[in-house]
Design a protein around this ligand. Structure first.
Ligand SMILES: C[S@@+](CC[C@H](N)C(=O)[O-])C[C@H]1O[C@@H](n2cnc3c(N)ncnc32)[C@H](O)[C@@H]1O
Length: 294
């Protein structure tokens, strides 16, 4: 019995192994050994690392800037002719779940906007660590001519914001979205937010740091404002340990996977009243929701 048969690998992983076996057996051997926690030589690891970078734009972009929205944008949009390794990331459950998170947010956000709109004239959303802000741009696009719902995308990455500006202009909603290049932890808003989004930011952070972030974000919210913050769940590591291993190995993506009760505790300790959560369709990301306790 081969190693691949003993461990139950996903269909996407087996497909990757099949292609690697034809192209470079050493890379496949490295991945299997690494996953099993077996020793590998430095030479083999360096060979595999270089192979991944040279054969995958997703790897190259993520290694160059591990926290960048470049990775999430590739997973949202896909690639016209992905290499086998890129195809693996696009097909793996953990990769698909990132896109599913976007879908879930775009499904829930309008309900929250409508809740505020039923009680007040205008709604202002702060998208913290927005990347280009695709979630906001797709959502506000549906609002068309409704000028009372606006958003501010805040990110320290200028290139991501420029990308967002192009996306917003392409959807004819650039008058509804402002782009601010800043560390959101230092942001002093001209007007405080009704809704703050914090998506794909807390995942690598220990709970104590998440609490610090959420306490700072309180200062960005109106007294009845709410926060939606995503975290990677423990289901992600249980259901797709192979992709988690690759991301850790290639880009030091050591996510602090959290159960719903841990996310709720973070909200509570940061001074938010828990109003519930929703997940992506894989259950790999938990979006906690809370209202600021004044
Ligand atoms: C993984 S991306 C997620 C982007 C987007 N929220 C999404 O869900 O597609 C994380 C983004 O957070 C930004 N970021 C992280 N910490 C930040 C901070 N303190 N201030 C501003 N931007 C930050 C990074 O520059 C990056 O664009």
């Amino acid at each position: 019995m081969t190693v691949e048969e003993k461990i139950v690998f996903s269909e996407a992983t087996l497909k990757l192994f099949e292609i690697l076996a034809e192209e470079d057996e050493r890379v496949k051997d490295f991945l299997v050994k690494r996953f099993q926690g077996l020793p590998v030589s430095y030479t083999l690891e360096e060979w595999a690392y270089n192979y991944f970078i040279a054969h995958s734009v997703i790897t190259a972009a993520t290694v160059a800037n591990p926290g960048s929205s470049m990775t999430t944008e590739f997973l949202y949009e896909g690639l016209s002719s992905p290499s086998p390794i890129d195809n693996y990331f696009l097909q793996a459950k953990a990769g698909q779940a990132v896109k599913a998170r976007l879908v879930a947010i775009e499904g829930e956000l309008p309900k929250i906007i409508e809740h505020y709109r039923s009680n007040q004239k205008s709604v202002l959303i702060g998208n913290l660590g927005s990347g280009p802000g695709r979630d906001i741009i797709n959502t506000l696009h549906h609002y068309g001519d409704i000028l009372s719902v606006k958003a501010v995308n805040i990110d320290k990455d200028k290139k991501a914001l420029e990308r967002g500006e192009r996306m917003a202009a392409g959807r004819n909603i650039n008058h509804l979205v402002e782009f601010v290049q800043e560390d959101f932890l230092k942001h002093k808003p001209a007007e405080k937010f009704d809704i703050a989004l914090l998506i794909g930011v807390l995942c690598p952070l220990e709970p104590e740091i998440c609490i610090k972030y959420l306490k700072i974000i309180r200062h960005l919210l109106k007294p009845n404002g709410c926060l939606i913050a995503s975290n990677a769940s423990k289901k992600m590591i249980r259901d797709d340990p192979f992709t988690c291993m690759i991301m850790d190995w290639m880009a030091n993506w050591r996510l602090i996977h959290k159960e719903e009760n841990e996310v709720r505790q973070i909200f509570k300790e940061a001074g938010y009243e828990w109003s519930g959560s929703f997940t992506d369709s894989y259950g790999f990301h938990i979006m906690g929701m809370g209202k600021m306790i004044p």
